[in-house]
Design a protein around this ligand. Structure first.
Ligand SMILES: Nc1ncnc2c1ncn2[C@@H]1O[C@H](COP(=O)(O)OP(=O)(O)OP(=O)(O)O)[C@@H](O)[C@H]1O
Ligand SMILES: [Mg+2]
Length: 242
């Protein structure tokens, strides 16, 4: 299997409610995929399945054996809210998975990477929303994942901070050769960041559209090609069966 993650014909129900129907998706090495769709369509549910946090579904979820080699934990996850432990310092939050045995040099490097050098001793309450989200990204990278799953990670910050965080994710994904699956509501974000945009829709949700974004990084947010692709994504979202 050349993909790092491959979900095939996923069907997912909660009791009587079928949320996902026949969803197939493969994440290639180095690829950034955005997952778009209306609220409640099952984006977080699909991300939890990709993360291995939910195993109650029909269909197949394959992890490339490569993810289980080396020192890495394979998959890192960043949620919508930073979910930091308020009683732990920033550095302790980042190395939380290893507790007292955390690799301090790696934590310091990650602090530098996310622009929080020297802030390791701060407590979460001393951080702004954007800083807290950067700590959450650093924590997601701590296990040296090859795949990063992001569930609307920038939705609680202002537009300017959001753009900076988007650029940070693009930079870190390239630097550490990480593939990214990003759930978002934001069409601009989807076309700016990703190689492929996947749109879920219908009840239960299926994949209703898939757009390639064949533009090299770094991209110009004002590029006409991005506006065109955004138009196509909008059309796909509006044409959904309701
Ligand atoms: N643990 C659960 N038990 C029962 N129903 C659930 C559970 N988790 C999610 N659902 C239902 O599954 C559907 C999809 O939820 P999900 O959180 O995946 O949507 P979403 O696309 O991430 O929405 P949003 O954009 O608002 O975050 C919703 O109808 C939700 O009520
Ligand atoms: Mg969600």
């Amino acid at each position: 299997m050349s993909a790092l993650l491959r979900m095939s014909n996923i069907h997912k129900s909660f009791a009587e409610l079928t949320v996902l129907e026949d969803v197939s998706l493969a994440l290639a090495p180095g690829e950034i995929i955005s997952l778009l769709g209306p609220s409640g369509c099952g984006k977080s549910t699909l991300l939890r399945i990709a993360a291995g946090l939910d195993t109650h579904f029909h269909g197949a979820m394959e992890r490339n054996p490569l993810l289980d080699f080396g020192t890495g934990s394979g998959i890192g996850v960043v949620f919508q809210e930073p979910r930091l432990m308020p009683w732990l310092s920033v550095a302790e939050n980042i190395g939380f998975a290893d507790g007292r045995r955390a690799d301090e040099r790696w934590v310091r490097q990650l602090l530098r990477d996310v622009g929080l050098e020297g802030r390791g001793d701060a407590l979460p309450k001393q951080l702004s929303g954007g800083m807290a989200q950067r700590v959450a990204i650093a924590r997601g990278l701590y296990g040296r994942p090859q795949v990063l799953l992001l569930d609307e990670p920038f939705s609680a910050v202002d537009a300017f901070t959001r753009m900076k965080l988007q650029d940070l994710v693009i930079k870190l994904a390239a630097q550490y050769e990480i593939s990214v699956l990003l759930v978002t509501h934001d069409l601009d974000e989807a076309v700016y960041l990703s190689d492929r945009v996947i749109i879920l829709g219908g009840r239960p949700s299926r994949i209703v559209a898939e757009l390639d974004v064949p533009l090299a990084q770094p991209r110009d947010r004002r590029a006409a090609e991005l506006a065109l692709l955004k138009g196509e994504a909008l059309t796909a979202l509006y044409q959904q069966p309701r």
